[in-house]
Ligand binder design. Structure first.
Ligand SMILES: *Cc1c(COP(=O)(O)O)cnc(C)c1O
Length: 385
């Protein structure tokens, strides 16, 4: 057992202390104007999100899940439509498809980058077309763990197959591909500001980025009950899907330090890479990219060793998390929506071998060293067996 205080997997109290007055000033401003819904901070945040990502339009919404839902509603995705998405992701990516009555078609991922596998995507599209029951409509690429999906290949496939391409960037706001921040890789890019994401609010929040003016207008209408030009003109069925002003205010304070935080995240990741080399498989970098380092996942040879390392770390006060223990198509909620004759072997195997180590901007150098040291001691113990 460790006599040192446990390390936090996510350290919001330390971040709050670092942000200090700036955060409180932002909150106080909202308390003084009392425009809690669609207050001035909403437009300010949307302008900042455009400037940061390079996207022409940003529409803030109530969560990353609602962002995806609104994007699919705007494309009138519904019964009979096939939406292709990776099996190895968070449930939100797939649940919106079923909420609209459409069918999620699960695609396998790459064994080392964990990103959607373009070869598996092509095969899944071909088999759905051959079956002739569903109409292929849309692909959702996920920037998993903070790294970019293979966007160039996804765009090529989407174009060849005449499918729409949407980016679920919930875990990767701040990441870059070929020197360009994510946000313009697909027709629409959805963000989440859930507290544990790289840019996190103090509650739920999200946004949609797009370069398409008509789609942006549609997203704005859908997030506010399908309203038209005036408040009581109802053009379509929509949602109560707005971001709270208070959350926008908090995000504005956090955006001021976001790039410094990304640098620190990257610094921690590099320390892990160096310190853990030869002990475990460290995350493969997507070429020409900068990760937002939402999650730093290592790979172990098998379930027994992964579980053994997780127990050892826990005894050293080092938390770790398995993202994701089960791929979506094997989950009770999705099983009946997946053709059981189709296996997705990489997604099915990763859950047994993967383990995420703590990575956040508040992690101090001595804590990073403690994590590395704990893995090294576990490795020595394993070698001695
Ligand atoms: C977090 C997450 C979402 C959902 O975002 P919420 O803001 O929690 O609704 C969607 N997709 C992925 C990949 C996520 O990690």
């Amino acid at each position: 057992m460790s006599d040192q205080p446990p390390i936090s997997f996510l350290d919001l109290p330390r971040q709050q202390a670092r942000l200090g007055d700036a955060l409180r000033r932002r909150i106080d401003t909202v308390l003084s104007h009392c425009r809690f819904v669609m207050g001035p901070e909403i437009e300010e945040l949307e302008t900042r999100l455009c400037a940061y990502s390079g996207a022409k339009h940003a529409v803030s919404v109530s969560s990353g899940t609602d962002a995806l839902l609104i994007v699919l509603m705007a494309e009138e995705i519904g019964p009979g439509d096939a939406v292709f998405l990776p099996a190895f992701t968070y449930t939100a990516t797939a649940e919106v498809v079923l909420l609209l009555g459409a069918t999620p078609v699960f695609v396998d991922v790459d064994p080392r980058s964990f990103q959607i596998d373009p070869g598996s995507l092509k095969a899944r599209i071909a088999s759905i077309r051959a079956q002739g029951e569903l109409e292929p409509r849309l692909v959702i690429g996920v920037d998993l763990f903070g790294q970019p999906a293979p966007w160039a290949q996804l765009r090529e496939i989407a174009q060849e197959e005449a499918l729409l391409l949407v980016a679920d960037c919930a875990q990767a706001f701040g990441a870059a591909l070929e020197g360009r921040k994510l946000g313009r890789e697909a027709v629409a890019t959805t963000l989440s500001f859930f507290p544990s994401k790289p840019l996190g609010a103090y509650g739920d929040g999200g946004a949609i980025l797009t370069d398409d003016e008509e789609r942006a207008a549609l997203y704005r209408s859908l997030r506010t009950h399908g309203e038209g030009r005036s408040r009581y003109e109802v053009l379509r069925i929509g949602l109560n899907g707005r971001l709270d002003t208070l959350q926008a205010a908090i995000l504005l304070a956090k955006l001021d330090v976001f790039d410094e935080e990304l640098e620190r995240r990257n610094d921690v990741a590099e320390r892990y890479d160096t310190g853990l080399a030869g002990l475990v498989e460290t995350p493969l970098r997507v070429p020409e990219s900068e990760s937002a380092w939402a999650i730093y996942s290592i790979l172990l040879p098998d379930r027994a060793q992964r579980d053994s390392l997780q127990r050892f770390l826990s005894g050293c006060g080092v938390p770790s998390v398995v993202y994701y223990p089960k791929p979506l198509h094997a989950q009770p909620a999705y099983r009946e929506h997946h053709d059981e004759t189709v296996s997705l072997p990489v997604s099915e195997g990763l859950g047994a071998r993967i383990l995420a180590l703590p990575l956040h901007p508040e992690l101090r150098d001595d804590e990073v060293a403690r994590v590395i040291d704990a893995v090294r001691r576990w490795h020595e113990q394993e070698m001695g067996k």
